[in-house]
Design a protein around this ligand. Structure first.
Ligand SMILES: [Fe+2]
Length: 320
């Protein structure tokens, strides 16, 4: 039994009006709204919920709002959900909501599992011409005025006990280690076959629990760039990007989110199988990003806004 990926995320925040505009600009569809809750969907039916901090019934966060309160993972069938129910029922914070079961992980984050509500989608994506492989003939490559994310592909948390938290996801939910920063970080994927990571856990030198970012998969590099430029034109702040991760090989662009921490557009991550051997890395700016633009690109001039040499610190060491 392996999880299929992230079905839903639930943020807790108080400025719902700002979150509403942010996620609309981000490219999600607003499914429903009330004074207590915004529900957005991505292209494949993955849900992004922003619950008002006062809304009852949402799990407590591992840090003050705004932050991510719950991560809901999908399984293929009711039989698999039953297996998960059995596996988790002795765990702290166990909840059984019928169609959704869950517990809290060793960091205190609420995780839930449900039969997936996402649908398979077929999308036109950019084809690439390389020296050896001409995939695009008599056809221009796409450009995007804005992004429409396909799904939430991964979440990244600061954890207080990296060893215990990564062991928990492996032992109870079948996650597989893709790569590691020994003692500092662990990249995990839901199943032996799949994208490089669905979950990345980080432990700071002075450990604290919290959200680092929520990442949205888009079709291709051009959608990362088009989406990022649109967010910039809308006035939202880049944290870092565009850029490229050496670990996972993904092209990324991070924005500061009113729903907590950062959100990321990414694409073209490594696809792994059981043959993949986890690698070990030492944290550093060139390991985090092969290249990246600090401060982003101005959406109107299409030129770099700001450039600053890396400090030599691990990016996530930055105090909040
Ligand atoms: Fe990421």
């Amino acid at each position: 039994m392996h999880l299929l990926g992230i079905d839903e995320v639930i943020f807790g925040a108080s400025d719902l009006e700002k979150c509403r505009q942010f996620f609309l600009d981000w490219g999600l569809s607003l499914h429903s709204e009330s004074t207590q809750e915004l529900v957005f969907t991505s292209l494949n039916g993955c849900r992004v919920v922003v619950a008002h901090s006062d809304k009852p019934g949402v799990a407590a966060g591992v840090e003050p709002d705004p932050t991510l309160r719950e991560v809901i993972w999908g399984v293929a069938s009711h039989a698999e959900l039953e297996l998960v129910r059995e596996r988790l029922k002795q765990q702290p914070g166990f909840v059984d909501l019928g169609t959704r079961v869950g517990c809290t992980d060793p960091t205190g984050l609420a995780l839930r599992v449900q039969v997936t509500q996402k649908q398979a989608v077929t999308l036109d994506c950019a084809k690439t011409n390389t020296w050896n492989d001409r995939q695009r003939v008599d056809q221009a490559s796409p450009a995007y005025d804005r992004a429409t994310p396909i799904e939430v592909g991964h979440v990244v948390f600061f954890v207080t006990d990296l060893a215990a938290t990564s062991a928990f996801y492996q032992e109870h939910l079948g996650f597989v280690v893709s790569d590691r920063y020994p003692g500092r970080g662990c990249f995990l994927r839901c199943a032996p076959e799949g994208g490089h990571h669905n979950l990345f856990l980080l432990q700071l030198p002075q450990p604290r629990a919290g959200l680092n970012h929520v990442a949205f998969t888009v079709r291709d590099v051009h959608e990362v760039f088009g989406g990022g430029l649109h967010m910039s034109r809308c006035g939202w702040d880049t944290e870092l990007g565009p850029g490229r991760h050496p670990i996972s090989s993904a092209i990324f662009w991070y924005f500061v989110s009113p729903a907590g921490a950062l959100v990321e557009y990414y694409t073209d991550e490594d696809e792994l199988t059981e043959a993949w051997q986890p690698r070990e890395f030492t944290p550093g700016p060139t390991v985090f990003a092969e290249w990246a633009i600090k401060g982003g690109i101005d959406g109107h001039t299409r030129r770099q806004k700001d450039a600053e040499a890396p400090s030599g610190r691990f990016m996530t060491d930055k105090p909040r």
